[in-house]
Design a protein around this ligand. Sequence first.
Ligand code: KIV
Length: 317
Amino acid sequence: MSWNRITRLAFPAIRVQRRCMSVRPKESDGVQRRDKVTIQTLQKLREAKVPISMLTAYDYPTAVSCSSNSSIDITLVGDSLAQVCLGYKSTTQLTLDEMIHHASAVARGTTRPLLVADMPFGSYHGSMDDAVNNAVRMVRESQIEAVKLEGGEEIADLVRRLTSIGIPVMAHIGLLPQRHVSLSGYKVQGKNVASAKALVKAAKVLEEAGAFSAVVEAVPKELGRYITENVTMPTIGIGAGPWTSGQVLVWDDAMGTWLGHKAKFVRRFANLQTAREMGVQGYANAVKDGSFPDPQRESYTMDEAEWTRFLEEMDRA
Ligand code: KIV
C-alpha cells in the first residue's frame, strides 16, 4: 500500500485540518510535503496498525538521511552515540554536554521525523530538580522534541513531572544498556515469569505516568506482543519481535559501519564500511601514484598572460 493511501486512510482529520489552515508553507516547488510527525501521528499509526520506523542519527548527515526518506517516523539521538561515534566502551561514559552537542547537529538536519534524544546516564538519576533542569537544557539547547529515559517503575515520578511541564517522554524498558553492569551484561530480559510480569507492569505504570511511547529492548517476541497489546501507547521494539507497534535500529548496525558485536536482532541493510574502506584506499592510492589531482579536471588555471606577468615581476623583485 502506498504511503499516500495509508495517510488517507489513517489521517482523514489531518487532511481536513490542512485544507482549513489559512497560513501554511507554500508547496511552490511542486514537491508534495509530508506532514511533520507528531505524537498524535504515532498514535494514529499504531491504531491503523501501520508499523512505525525509528532510526538513530548522531550528526547532521545521518539526520538528513533520516529526514530525506519520508518513511522514517522518528529520529533518535541514541546514547549509543557513546560507542558508535565517540569510541567509548559503554553508554555510561557519555556526558550531557556531548549529547547536547550531537543532538543539536541532528536537529539542524531533521525536518519530518519526530526528534527524540536519550538522556545520558547520570543526567536523570540525581534529584528531581536536576533531572528536570537537564531535560530542559536538552530541549532548549538541542531543539529536540522528546527525551527517552531508561528504566521502570522507579522513574515513573520523573516521567510524570516531565510530561506535566510539556516535555514528552519515551520510556525504554527491557534491556537497559545504561545498567549493563548490574544486569551482568547485555542479556535478553523478561525470559521468566517474574521478570516478564515486572516488564508488563513497568510498561503500564510508565504509560499511566504519561510516557507517549516505549522502546522495548531484547525481550522474547511473545512478550513484545503481550506488552504491545496491553498498553495503548505505541511500542517500538529492538529485539522484541515483529509484533510491536514499530521498530528501531542503531544506524551503524543497520548500515554496516559498526564492526563490534552484532546482536541477534540486527539486520544489515547496507555495507557502508566496505564502501568507506574502498574510498579511503582509492584516495590514498591516487595521492601516492600522483594521479590525484588531475591537472585538467581537478585543478584551477591562471590566465596565461597574467601568469607570464607574475613570473616577470617575480624575476625583477
Ligand atoms: O541508544 C540507542 O541507540 C538506543 C536504541 C538502541 C533504542 O537506545
